[in-house]
Design a protein around this ligand. Structure first.
Ligand code: UD1
Length: 420
């Protein structure tokens, strides 16, 4: 195992570039299962989750090469399943469900079970597939889906689900007839997937709104696609600049997708100037406490909540951070407390009382976004921090220490002899 050693107190200054979005790349990679021939994906980030998806697609039968562009061909299928070993390391493995059911008329997926940030069930994916004519069986930790004749349906999700919306779009694209998804997720990653599927010959309208209509087609063709920038990485970099008193130009920045975060961070005292594809972020004289509530897109992203809480832990005043998407997404709090933060959690709320400065400490990453919040905390803290279990970070942040050290951070990766 490895750890990050960060000496805090260096303002981040210079230019840094955002990578392609992991959460857009994963469903788009899965969608390659739906058409024979060569799919070419540009801008796929080099991350552990992407490698897990490659292993999963290879297990199913894809041939994949990755030198610059990611090239995927699936002309033969060896398996119709996502096995436990892969699903347990990455829940997004569930994204092969829709494509397999659409293409092979059947799928066998290991049940994801609980995870660090809550129960995260897949009942809504399954209910929607049932409405489209699929038969669902739960046996020995696996869900078995068979759908010899998948048909369109009117589906209203009880709760907005991102991967659920993506799975049902993919299933519906090759189903017979029309599917209308109401209360659909509006996340830009859903829109990016729909855009790729349309290039493959699918008939989809309304992606990016809460009502998506899909007219089934008989088959799809392979296509080439450039993955959108990672809005969560971009938001994390803005906060890293803000908390370190920095001055950072962030390139390949998805301005439209980050409007809510830009507004919140401006309220918190950051100066943010945006161009077509960049943001220039300058820290103001100090950070101000600002309440935030997570919500589905275009609301404030739950994937930026932990990082925002770190910022608030050194802002002037007291604020409330409300988490509405996942029930157990305050795992970063005890670690931030070890660095001196004054935070009290009460159910889905955290009351954050700003202190002058965090202190370096040994801390442990608990999930992907919590890890990012600890990195930001360590960058601004007085003294040295050691962040353990950074394999979580490597799931979602490409070349993080290279990017941060190129703009002035004192950060190194080292073997963790003391890993527990
Ligand atoms: C996706 C993102 C993740 C992000 C999350 C919320 C990917 C690969 N991951 O995760 O980074 O944090 O959206 O923006 O894109 N729910 C159910 N039943 C279901 C499905 C979901 O109850 O069948 C609940 C979940 O427990 C959660 C809420 O719905 O409370 C939203 O979850 P969902 O949008 O599905 O999250 P993911 O798609 O797993």
């Amino acid at each position: 195992m490895e750890k990050l050693i960060i000496k805090g107190g260096k303002p981040l200054e210079g230019e840094v570039e955002v990578s392609g979005a992991k959460n857009a790349a994963l469903p788009i990679m899965a969608s390659s299962l739906m058409a024979d021939g060569l799919h070419v994906l540009e801008g796929v980030p080099n991350l552990r989750d992407i490698k897990t998806m490659i292993s999963l697609l290879e297990h199913i039968g894809s041939k994949i090469s990755w030198a610059g562009d990611l090239k995927i061909t699936t002309d033969n299928y060896n398996a119709d399943e996502a096995p436990y070993d892969l699903v347990k390391t990455m829940r997004a493995s569930i994204l092969v469900l829709g494509p397999l059911v659409a293409r092979l008329k059947k799928a066998k997926i290991s049940l994801p079970g609980g995870c660090a940030i809550g129960a995260r069930p897949i009942d809504l994916h399954l209910k929607a597939l049932e409405a489209m004519g699929a038969k669902i069986e739960l046996r020995e930790g696996y869900v078995k889906v068979s759908a010899p004749k998948l048909h369109g349906a009117n589906i209203t999700f009880d709760k907005i689900t991102v991967t659920g919306t993506e799975n049902i779009i993919m299933a519906a694209v090759l189903a017979e007839g029309k599917t209308i998804i109401s209360n659909a997720a509006r996340e830009p990653e859903v829109t990016d997937l729909a855009c790729h599927l349309v290039n493959m010959g699918a008939k989809i309208s309304g992606a990016g709104t809460d009502k998506i209509t899909i007219e089934g087609v008989a088959n799809l063709r392979p296509a080439k696609h450039k993955i959108i920038p990672d809005r969560i990485e971009a938001g994390t970099l803005m906060m890293a600049a803000g908390i370190t008193g920095g001055n950072l130009k962030i390139k390949n920045f998805p301005v439209e997708m980050l409007q809510t975060a830009i507004l919140k961070l401006s309220e918190a005292g950051l100066h943010i100037e945006t161009g077509d594809t960049y943001a220039h972020v300058k820290a103001g004289p100090g950070l101000k406490a600002t309440n935030v509530t997570t919500a589905p897109y275009p609301g404030f992203a739950t994937d930026l909540q932990a990082q925002f809480m770190t910022l608030m832990s050194v802002a002037e005043g007291t604020c409330i951070v409300t988490e509405t998407i996942f029930e157990n997404r305050f795992m970063h709090v005890p670690e931030l407390q070890r660095m001196g933060a004054d935070i009290r959690v009460d159910g889905g709320f955290a009351v954050v009382k700003g202190i002058k400065r965090l202190r370096g400490a040994p801390v442990m990453a608990t999930d992907l976004r919590a890890s990012a919040s600890l990195v930001i905390a360590a960058l601004s803290a007085k003294g040295t921090s050691e962040i353990r279990r950074i394999y979580h970070l490597d799931r979602g942040y490409e070349a993080i220490e290279q990017k941060l050290s190129s703009v002035g951070a004192d950060i190194v990766r080292a073997p963790d002899g003391d890993a527990r």
